[in-house]
Ligand binder design. Structure first.
Ligand code: F6R
Length: 260
């Protein structure tokens, strides 16, 4: 597991975007795993810039999103489908039919989850998965205690996650109480994983995930057992880490990646 500590949120976003751009250039028909939330917005802006100014080509890219709220449709402004369309897909040359987001309005939600797992397998698995992290250490909507081998399924959101996500809704009571989410097991099968985090509100979860024991109580700590995971975080999010980690420049000088 690699940890890159960036000077700020802008640098974190650029470093993560450069990793994704590098993988897309190397494999144009790559299968991306994507995340929503506040953290990836600037990274997606950078990918859009790279598409417009540097010709980064998404025409053959396939994507699968981590999760979706249960009970709301893709047209709902707080749905994750709407988020992906407005923050990324509408601004790049990705074929929308290659973009997959779980259907929160599916009549049979359990069947929707099974179909999603099958679609990921049929696409050859996820080449590179983007993750954020919840203040409680969740990845996707795998809340503390989610089994390490869990698959895409219906999950109950914790009070903390509902409160954290209320900022996107008019009222906390509007936040759905359940979601459809890839499981920890699904995520761990990705060939490469990049977790991004900024802000001191993530510092506690990151110190437990990176330097604490591997436990289902802190789902992001499970990533310690993954062969190709990079945490790209900023100094605010890193305040509680005890060990010293690389800066983007140090990584670049070794040919790892990427910050200009
Ligand atoms: C979003 C997701 C969540 C978020 C996490 C952090 O698709 O799966 O796990 O990554 O809740 O959210 P933000 O970035 O809003 O702090």
């Amino acid at each position: 597991m690699k940890v890159i500590v960036c000077n700020n949120s802008e640098e974190m976003s650029k470093v993560a975007a450069q990793i994704f751009a590098d993988r897309i250039r190397k494999k144009p028909n790559i299968v991306l795993g994507l995340a929503t939330g506040g953290t990836p917005v600037k990274m997606y802006k950078e990918l859009i810039r790279m598409h417009k100014e540097e010709g980064l080509d998404f025409s053959k890219v396939v994507s699968f999103n981590l999760d979706e709220y249960l009970g709301i449709s893709g047209n709902h402004h707080q749905s994750y489908r709407y988020f992906m369309d407005t923050n990324l897909f509408n601004h790049i040359n990705i074929n929308k039919s290659n973009t997959h987001v779980l259907n929160g309005k599916a009549k049979d939600a359990a069947a929707e989850c099974k179909t999603y797992e099958d679609a990921i397998k049929k696409a050859g698995g996820i080449d590179i998965q983007l993750l954020g992290i919840g203040g409680n250490g969740h990845i996707a909507f795998n809340e503390p205690g989610s089994p390490k081998d869990s698959r895409t399924r219906i999950v109950d959101l914790t009070k903390k996650t509902i409160e954290d996500n209320a900022r996107f809704f008019v009222d906390v009571n509007e936040v759905p109480k359940q979601a459809l989410s890839m499981g920890n097991g699904t995520i761990m099968e990705a060939k490469e994983i990049v977790l991004i985090a900024d802000k001191t509100s993530k510092a506690d979860a990151l110190s437990k995930s990176i330097e604490g024991p591997v436990t289902e109580q802190v789902p992001a700590s499970l990533l310690q057992a993954h062969k190709n995971t990079t945490f790209v975080i900023d100094t605010d999010a890193a305040v509680k880490l005890k060990k010293k980690y690389e800066s983007p420049k140090a990584t670049a000088s070794k040919g790892g990646c990427c910050c200009k």
